[in-house]
Design a protein around this ligand. Sequence first.
Ligand code: GLA
Length: 376
Amino acid sequence: MDRRRFLNRAAVGALGGCFAGRSLAADGSSVPSLRELAAGRPLIGVAVPTRFESKFSAEEMTILKSQFDSVTPENCMKWDQMCPREGECRWEDGDRLVDFAIENRQKVVGHTLVFNRDSEVPEWLFLDGGKEADAKLVWERIEERAAGLMGRYKGRIDSWDVLNEFVEEKEPGYRVTKLTKALGRELPARLFKLAAGIDPKAKLTYNDYGIENPDRRKVIFEFIRSLKDEGCKVDVVGSQSHLEVADDVAGQIAATIEEFAGIGVKCAFTELDVDVVSRKLYWNQQTREEAMKQDPYKDGCPDEVLEEQAGRYRAVFQAVMADRDHVDRVTFWGLTDGHSWLNNWPWERVNHGLLFDRAAKPKPAFRAVAEVLRKA
Ligand code: GLA
């Protein structure tokens, strides 16, 4: 797009296009661009829903283009969503996202080649006519998916979440699913070797939750180290980072970055959000019902809670920027509060977990992050 068209288009949005590190808001005030402030160290990313172009307002599209270096599809590349029936894959949504990103000089995160959770892989993967598919057939289908998906976007997707949520702290050390019942603990090494063979230049990531937690980190660290010992190329460990306002994890994040750097693996914070309605009660059967009645901020989030949230984001980014060369990327799991999965998971409530509110206005959390980036 030429410069004049670019500026004209920007002018119609509430936030203007990014220009020399700043965007113009509708009221004429300037809003800095996070991607320009971070200058790629680390990359700043965002996850987008399937067919985001028809869901986002003009303001949201402007933010998407001006604030972020990289885009992650929330769902449309997941196996069950992409190929609900054998031999029938829907490529359009992924194709559109990749084209959009390239047109806007953004990178794409391939999320995710294999997700080790039964609800995220298609049923047909484990069926062979009327009987159960054997390990050989399951693996052949994985090979076919990897060749089809990674092959299609080779050179256009520079970073792949090769495997999502494999590790468990308890025995046998991984989540027991149909996938691991078929392929066992060999699955990750085979997968990473397969991925590296198909696209040797792509960054390969292992993605999981709770990596900053010291007990869990220990297990994941050993897991990654053993993959590397086996000759696998693992470039990045992705920590999902679905946080809550009260999670004081900056110190743990710093330790995580340092620890993985020691074995030549960068960290990415791949799904960052900061929930303002604690989920803790939900995870206890006894208090779940009580938790599910909570919807305290349905009419808006009080300023003091937004400030507290800003403090949490600030601390996370301070930890990241203190060791920025060992951090590949920070991705927010959603663009604006209205599009966040936190409104529905794990129960329905009006949530406020991201940097931009429902009107696509920057929140105190945005300002806090921008300030840390600017000072770094
Ligand atoms: C996990 C997965 C993501 C997504 C989020 C919730 O963290 O990695 O793909 O499903 O949960 O939206």
